[in-house]
Design a protein around this ligand. Structure first.
Ligand code: AMP
Ligand code: MG
Length: 402
């Protein structure tokens, strides 16, 4: 058995980035950047007023209250492009360019205009530089503002737009074939008959894969027969970069996923991980290069193993610099039990306490088939192998689930 960390390492090593493509900015959300994003202009592009008020020369205000002649008005999008002279003020709005000659903005609350609006009285003096963001103070033209390999979030969409990236280079979406195995399975549209259950794994796997940016193909449910499964995998491999199966990887007579892979001459990178739940997880490559994750059938094992391993591969294929989920540290809210030989990943909810500390509340659940309880999970608590139990207030490593 290999450790979880070793398995993640193997996934990273065996995964190659797909080609890149250019997409319109409106289609870039959640895609992984395949180019550095470089500022094509200073930010702000001009000395910008931070307040509504009056642009002035600070030295003119030293003996406040003072009266200054209003020489003009600078609004956002409609600046006043003359030189401000001593004894003058320019009425200015937030976001508007500060005229040449002015070195400060006095906020409107500390002023009042006299009756005919040609003169303003400043009630207090203002020091040079006040309420002005100098050109280039935030970003300078030519600076790299986002790095290649970063997944694009909503705030980054604004950055891309601000610097004129109407199109942006991103990693291609992996095509993922989702294949549930199990003679007991019927589809969501059917009422299960005797000894049958509805397939739910294809929906969690499909959803988790889509969250990473992959596109999915739902393959027909596969019976526990090597020859049929083999055909389905081989057919799907022609169209997919990755196949994610569930079920059929344990030691039972009808656990046929591995025999199908052997007959297909797949290269198996691992098939047993010191992990609970999820020990029999398989990672392999088919002769044509398609990667295959053979996840166990239990819905909770699926959620854990997909997010540890398959998710990492799908993000690495899109060129993500940090494809694996990141561990954080939290305080355990109540004691939990570990497993002798395996690292456990226990479902939990994350909150913070009044001291601002991250708290992991392990959920009560009925084991790896209890996917209803698992639906409330927001994080997994890692309990190291060989740890009998962890007490309340222990520091634990946690992974936030997507
Ligand atoms: P297996 O790994 O094939 O032995 O399956 C373990 C358990 O997970 C069994 O109780 C299966 O019925 C259940 N299971 C397998 N595949 C699915 C699926 N696609 N949806 C829901 N449950 C499943
Ligand atoms: Mg099965």
């Amino acid at each position: 058995m290999i450790s979880v960390a070793e398995a993640i390492q193997i996934v990273k090593q065996q995964t190659r980035p797909l080609a890149t493509e250019r997409v319109k900015l409106e289609h870039a959300l959640n895609r992984v950047l395949a180019e550095d994003i470089v500022a094509d202009s200073d930010l702000p592009p001009f000395d910008r007023a931070q307040m509504d008020g009056y642009a002035v020369r600070a030295e003119d205000t030293a003996g406040a209250p003072v009266r200054l002649r209003i020489a003009g008005e600078s609004a956002a999008g409609r600046g006043w492009h003359h030189e401000l002279k001593s004894g003058e003020a320019v009425r200015i709005m937030t976001g508007a360019p500060v005229p040449a000659g002015a070195d400060s903005v006095q906020q409107v609350e500390l002023t009042h205009e006299l009756k005919d609006h040609t003169v303003v009285e400043l009630l207090e003096s203002v020091e040079a530089g006040r309420s002005i963001v100098k050109r280039g103070a935030e970003i300078q033209s030519g600076e790299t503002v986002l790095q290649s390999g970063t997944p694009i979030n909503g705030a980054m969409m604004a950055v891309l737009a601000a610097f004129g990236y109407a199109e942006v280079a991103v990693g291609q979406r992996p095509r993922v074939g989702v294949l549930a195995t199990g003679t007991e399975l019927v589809s969501v549209t059917e009422k299960p008959g005797q000894d049958q259950i509805r397939d739910s794994n294809n929906y969690s796997i499909g959803a988790y894969a889509q969250i990473t940016g992959a596109t999915i193909e739902r393959l027909p449910l596969a019976r526990d027969e090597t020859s049929i499964l083999k055909k389905q995998i081989a057919g799907a491999a022609e169209r997919c970069d990755v196949i994610v199966t569930s079920g059929g990887v344990s030691m039972g007579v009808y656990d046929v996923t591995k025999s199908a892979l052997e007959e297909l001459k797949a290269e198996i990178f691992f098939e047993r991980i010191a992990l609970r739940p999820g020990k029999p997880t398989v990672f392999a490559r088919l002769p044509n290069g398609t990667l295959l994750f053979g996840l166990p059938g239990n819905p909770v094992s699926v959620a854990v193993t997909f997010n540890l391993f398959a998710r990492t591969a799908l993000l690495a294929m899109q060129g993500a610099t940090e494809p694996a989920l990141k561990y954080e540290t939290a305080l355990l809210a109540r004691s939990v039990k570990g497993t002798v030989e395996r690292e456990s990943y226990l479902p939990a909810q994350l909150t913070t306490n009044d001291d601002g500390e991250l708290i992991a509340f392990p959920l009560k659940w009925g084991g790896s088939s209890d996917f209803v309880a698992f639906a409330l999970t927001t994080a997994l608590v890692s309990v190291p192998a060989g740890t009998r139990s962890l007490e309340a207030n222990a520091l634990v490593r946690v992974l936030r689930l997507p």
